[in-house]
Design a protein around this ligand. Structure first.
Ligand SMILES: NC(=O)c1ccc[n+]([C@@H]2O[C@H](COP(=O)([O-])OP(=O)(O)OC[C@H]3O[C@@H](n4cnc5c(N)ncnc54)[C@H](OP(=O)(O)O)[C@@H]3O)[C@@H](O)[C@H]2O)c1
Length: 240
């Protein structure tokens, strides 16, 4: 049975990844920061016949990452999905040039938090579970970036913190891919597209189902030829 570890599995894209991999017969290691409040995920666990292992992990908490890694020590894992992430409220609309993108008004405290959660935490998680991936059959690591993390494509002011945190995550993916290529471990960044979740809002273009099935398709087709690259949910390559 193939296995996947998913962060932020309680809602949005993480919950949809969990649902789809479970339905496909995978074993899912579903992590979230408040399992007792994850009603939908807990209902899935109850019906999963033991195929979802639900564990607590706040990805901003180093001790919790280490404790989770200790619990899973020695267990092969085929695929790691760094899904959990945060975005800022300020800047909403800036992207559409409707709001003041003035850097002087920026919430730098939250920018730091976005760097910690969107950039540093995924890197720490890859480090913490690398032995599990090394022992796994498929050897794949996918981190959820964003189209807004593409320096090449960015043509608007604003959302500086979020964009920078995802561009930083892209650099982590690229660097680790080069380092791990000799071991046949594949590392990519994925953009889910604009998707209807709490983060994407109700007017986004994609359903979570469409976005996640697209990303799963990209992941399943991964070979060493695709490692160290940035992929859109629809299979198109994105520029860094
Ligand atoms: N939706 C979009 O349009 C879109 C577009 C581009 C990229 N993305 C990326 O896709 C990923 C998933 O986004 P989404 O749309 O599903 O967002 P979402 O609906 O807001 O869900 C975010 C998930 O991340 C978790 N999370 C946040 N901080 C965490 C922490 N410190 N520890 C553990 N879990 C944490 C949340 O858990 P809690 O319930 O505990 O808060 C939640 O499960 C993110 O990385 C996001 O940046 C989304």
């Amino acid at each position: 049975m193939s296995s996947v570890l998913i962060t932020g599995a309680n809602r949005g894209l993480g919950l949809e990844f969990t649902r789809q991999y479970l339905n496909d017969g995978w074993e899912v290691h579903a992590f979230c920061r408040q399992p007792d409040k994850a009603a939908e995920l807990s209902a899935m666990v109850a019906e999963s016949r033991g195929n979802i292992q639900l564990r607590e992990m706040d990805i901003g908490n180093k001790e919790q990452i280490e404790a989770a890694a200790k619990e899973l020590k020695g267990l092969p894992i085929d695929l790691l999905i760094n899904n959990a992430g945060i975005a800022d409220g300020y800047g909403r609309g800036v992207y559409e040039m409707k709001e003041d993108p003035d850097i002087q008004n920026y919430d730098f405290t939250f920018w730091e938090e976005m760097m910690r959660i969107n950039t540093l935490a995924p890197a720490k998680i890859i480090g913490a579970f690398l032995e599990n991936i090394r022992a796994g059959g498929q050897k794949k690591i996918a981190s959820l970036s964003s189209g807004l993390g593409s320096i090449t494509n960015l043509a608007w002011a604003g959302k500086y913190g979020y964009c920078a945190s995802k561009a930083g995550l892209n650099m982590v993916s690229k660097g680790l891919a080069e380092w791990l290529r000799p071991e046949n471990i594949m590392v990519i960044s994925l953009s889910p597209g604009w998707t209807r979740t709490a983060m994407g809002g109700p007017h986004a273009t994609n359903s979570a189902e469409e976005s996640v099935s697209g990303m799963r398709h990209v992941i399943s087709g991964l070979t060493l030829a695709e490692t160290g690259r940035f992929w859109n949910f629809d299979g198109e390559e994105l520029p860094w």
